[in-house]
Design a protein around this ligand. Structure first.
Ligand code: FAD
Ligand code: NAP
Length: 541
């Protein structure tokens, strides 16, 4: 085995998190290497190339804020950018800040262990040997471990298969084909209208309908781009202190106290805004009070009924098994209208569950569907999947997957007791997935970078979350979540979409503004909740 390549820091993943982390660490003078499984930068926006893939946070908000020059020189073209446009942007960032030379592509980290004696991490990869570093930063993504449906026989199916989360680089067309799409989350909802446009026949296999609102996507005008660019600093400040990194009106009114006509008018105004958080932000009690929630849910169901011509299909598309907003809302472009096309059929898997793949298609409990191509839009082992896929061994061989067998445990979503000098960006128990993730990513990266600066300035070599701080944080996240309706949903937020995964509501619902205040306070009081030691093991804090 060749000697490990030595670095100050290894970053795993070259998505928006890994790239900004590399930029910050290099700026600090740390010898840093990024290891990325893909052949290019972009993470989510590298892998998810399915037709219709686009962001559902507005382009000028879903972008880095760390460089005013970058903000000035890049011009977004649409309210909601397409996957190719976001990938072009990320490639531009990598080129502009000369990040490429420090990234090893096409290489997957398979295991890593911490050596107590040296205070360093050894990182083992599939194709590029071993690396050694003082700091290990996991920028592996919350939605980067795709999952397939858990039904037998896929290996015998002879048609084409595609997975939204691993689409490949070649152009895929469905002209003249009989196509099946499994899954009606955001990825399904974005791709179905476009696949329907091409396919001779499209069968949508729906297990759980979702709440979706029209995105109202449109080109950005030169004036609004110029206006945002002129006011970017103020906007960024608002993003950082807002609840979800998406500034907008934050209501203090209660839906249950409002007159029905007034409520409907507010819901309609939110609907017309075409923004992810608009509807659930109309009243303060939508995500807390089942009665308030049901009013908003019924508003969306009425929209579905008014759009879909066949009343039976409309009812099948109406979500009823979870409160609105407790699974991620979807923004669409013509999704419900797609079911008015003669070539589109909705298959209700609640009535006729999937049984198996056959050589020529899919069998449900009722029918066998002959299909030339199947698209899997079946989601991810979210938040923990990419981390537990790596064999991570901390102090004294402590195993991450076993530590998390009952659900993720960490401090601030950023660090774990027993895993010194290991940080996670947008880890579970942080607010990341409930926010505009670029806002969360920048905050996490800055926290980690500032912490490393602090350690250097004070002569510390090793940092580790304390068990007490971790236990308190895990409890706090659970407590805050339990005041809301979120834990009621069978969602990827709660791990319910992966058979056998522990049911824990994993995001921190306190909001990105509150979370930032908490992190700032921790840093201000000498990184409260962490211990820091010198290489000679002297405990400092
Ligand atoms: P990722 O972009 O997931 O990057 C992680 C990288 O780590 C990947 O490239 C992966 O290959 C690599 N990696 C993982 N494990 C290993 C390993 N063991 N070895 C080597 N490399 C590894 N968020 C929003 O805020 N707004 C949106 O509108 C939005 N839309 C989305 C649309 C889709 C289709 C998806 C899937 C997610 C969306 N998200 C959205 C969430 C999105 O994931 C984040 O916004 C953001 O892109 C995450 O960046 P990241 O760098 O943290 O993770
Ligand atoms: P998802 O929301 O988890 O949806 C997966 C879909 O597949 C669900 O409808 C699920 O049904 C279905 N499914 C899974 N396993 C199945 C099985 N065995 N049989 C039948 N159906 C099965 O995944 P996603 O659509 O990829 O989205 C994940 C997240 O990525 C989103 O919530 C969002 O955060 C992000 N995203 C954002 C955008 C965007 O608009 N910007 C686009 C795509 C993704 P059940 O619900 O019954 O489990």
């Amino acid at each position: 085995m060749p000697a490990s390549e030595r670095y100050d820091a290894i970053v795993v993943g070259a998505g928006l998190s890994g790239l900004y982390q590399l930029y910050r660490l290099r700026e600090l003078g740390l010898r840093t290497r990024v290891i990325e499984a893909a052949d290019g930068v972009g993470g989510t926006w590298y892998w998810n190339r399915y037709p219709g893939a686009r962001c559902d946070v507005q382009s000028m908000s879903y972008s880095y804020s760390f460089s005013p020059d970058l903000e000035r020189e890049w011009t977004w073209t649409e309210k909601y950018p397409t996957q190719p446009e976001i990938l072009r942007y990320i490639n531009h960032v990598a080129a502009r800040f000369d990040l490429w030379p420090d990234i090893t592509f096409g290489t997957r980290v398979i295991s890593t262990h911490y050596d107590d004696a040296t205070g360093r991490w050894t990182v083992r990869t599939d194709t590029a040997g071993e690396f050694s570093a003082q700091f290990l930063i996991m920028a592996t993504g919350c939605l980067s471990a795709p999952k397939l449906p858990e039904i037998p026989g896929l290996e015998r199916y002879g048609g084409r298969t595609h997975q939204t989360a691993n689409w490949g680089n070649d152009e895929v067309r469905f002209d003249g084909l009989r196509v099946g799409v499994i899954g009606t989350g955001s990825s399904g909802i974005q791709s179905i209208p476009i696949i329907a446009d091409q396919a001779a026949d499209l069968a949508v296999f729906q297990r759980t309908p979702n709440f979706s609102m029209p995105a109202g996507n449109r080109p950005l005008s030169a004036d609004e781009v110029a206006d945002m660019k002129a006011n970017y600093r103020d906007w960024r400040a608002l993003q950082r202190t807002s609840r979800a990194g998406i500034p907008g009106p934050e209501s203090m009114e209660f839906a249950v106290a409002a007159a029905p006509e007034e409520r409907t008018a507010k819901f309609q105004a939110a609907w017309d805004r075409g923004e992810l958080t608009a509807l659930i932000g109309t009243y303060i009690d939508i995500l807390i009070d089942p009665v308030a929630n049901e009013a908003a849910a019924e508003f969306v169901r009425d929209k579905i009924r008014a759009t879909v011509h066949d009343p039976e299909v409309a009812e099948t598309l109406c979500p009823r098994t979870f409160p609105v907003g407790t699974k991620r809302m979807c923004l669409d472009s013509g999704y419900y209208q797609t079911y008015n096309r003669p070539n589109v059929h909705l298959v209700d898997l609640r009535k006729t569950p999937l049984v198996e793949f056959t050589t020529t298609g899919i069998r449900t409990t009722q029918t066998e569907y002959e299909l030339d191509a199947i698209v899997f839009a079946t989601g991810f082992d979210a938040m923990t999947g990419a981390l537990t896929a790596i064999n991570v061994q901390g102090r004294n061989g402590l195993d991450l997957a076993s530590q998390w067998s009952g659900g993720p445990r960490n401090y601030l979503g950023l660090a774990m007791a027993g895993f010194p000098n290991l940080f996670t960006i947008t880890g579970p128990l942080s607010p990341s997935v409930l926010s505009n993730m670029v806002v969360s990513i920048e905050q996490h990266v800055d926290f980690i970078a500032d912490c490393i600066v602090y350690m250097g300035e004070h002569g510390y070599d090793v940092i580790e979350a304390t068990q007490n701080a971790q236990d308190d944080w895990v409890q706090h996240v659970a407590d805050v979540g339990s005041f809301t309706l979120f834990p009621k949903a069978e969602s990827w937020y709660t791990g319910a979409n992966v058979p056998g995964k522990p049911r824990v509501f994993m995001p921190y619902i306190g909001g990105v503004g509150e979370f930032r205040l908490k992190c700032d306070a921790v840093a201000a009081i000498w990184y409260e909740g962490f211990t820091m030691t010198r290489a000679d093991q002297t405990v400092i804090a």
